[in-house]
Design a protein around this ligand. Structure first.
Ligand code: PSU
Ligand code: MN
Length: 303
């Protein structure tokens, strides 16, 4: 029984009773995606943006083997500072729960836990995807497989071009995952509003997004959707600059023989280092914007 593993915060429990819209948030971005103290500050700000927009935030993590749906300030602080928190994707959940350990949930595992808690909307920064060179390494994020099977809409700023964005979109297409642009026709590349790729469909309001999400599930079509919301113009980084940084990060990952679940965190931290922190500012800006749009979509879905 899934239920006994789940532990809700008081705020989320109350929201469930009152049938309020709830928005899930991941914790890998807190534990492994951003430095302290920006990680915990951003986590709290993102939660507040969701509240200000009329929904209830539920940050998800594994703490002492419990699947936490909604975290206290102390728990956020713990995730932001402890060395003792593993990056937890689908395959890591059984081990961490069985041995009562701590895990920061990725997009894949946050989707799984959100579905267990009947939460339909999840806000994050960027999804994992097909890595460049995957035809040799077979490095494809479990996030994509989760989008194929789990009924949660993921609001993000696209995917970082540390990935092969073209192959990522092909994979999503094969698995029937709609990629919906929020006020854009172009698939955004996280730090930049543009990429060489198009989204499948464009929506211009939370209501239109909610309509597609609800219709997908009403049709019995299991799986998630990607709602791609580009970074605000004023905080977007230069495309050529970012491409050169990403090339350098990929080169260093290869030289250091980085594999498995270490690949994404390694590339993210190299990008951060090589941009002297300007990537962090962009990251914070885009996730806040996603929180606003995600809250509005969650509200529309409840109507
Ligand atoms: N991409 C980002 N920032 C992140 C991640 C991805 O721009 O923090 C994290 C997310 O938690 C995502 C995970 O689910 O990395 C993907 O890891 P992997 O490629 O190992 O599946
Ligand atoms: Mn991988």
């Amino acid at each position: 029984m899934v239920k006994s593993w789940l532990e809700y915060s008081i705020e989320v429990l109350e929201a469930k009773k009152l049938k309020k819209p709830i928005v899930a948030l991941e914790s890998t971005i807190i534990a492994h995606g951003m430095p302290y103290p920006q990680n915990v500050e951003t986590a709290k700000e993102v939660e507040n943006i969701i509240r200000e927009n009329g929904a209830v935030p539920a940050t998800i993590a594994i703490i002492n083997g419990k699947i936490k749906i909604g975290l206290s300030n102390e728990e956020l602080q713990f995730l932001a500072t402890s060395e003792n928190v593993q990056k937890a994707s689908r395959r890591d959940l059984p081990y961490l729960v069985a041995t009562k350990k701590n895990g920061a949930t990725t997009v894949a595992s946050t989707m799984i836990c959100a579905q267990m808690a009947n939460i339909e909307v999840f806000v994050t920064g960027g999804i994992g995807g097909v890595h460049r060179g995957a035809e040799k390494t077979m490095d494809i994020s479990a996030d994509l497989q989760e989008l194929a099977r789990t009924n949660v809409a993921v609001v993000c700023a696209g995917a970082k071009s540390i990935l092969d964005l073209g192959l990522t979109l092909e994979y999503l297409e094969t698995h029937g995952v709609p990629v919906v642009g929020y006020e854009t026709n172009i698939f955004p590349a996280f730090f930049t509003r543009k990429s060489p790729f198009h989204v499948n469909y464009r929506v211009n309001s939370p209501e239109e997004a909610a309509e597609i999400i609800r219709t997908k599930w009403d049709l019995g079509l299991n799986g998630g959707l990607v709602i791609a919301n580009p970074i605000p113009e004023k905080d977007a980084l230069n495309e050529a600059f970012m491409n050169s940084i990403i090339e350098e990060a990929l080169k260093q990952a290869k030289e250091n023989h980085i594999t498995g679940k270490e690949v994404t965190p390694f590339l993210l931290s190299k990008v951060k280092e090589l941009t002297n922190g300007s990537s962090l500012n962009a990251n914070i800006s885009l996730i806040k914007h996603n929180a606003e749009i995600g809250a509005k979509i969650a509200i529309s879905l409840k109507k």
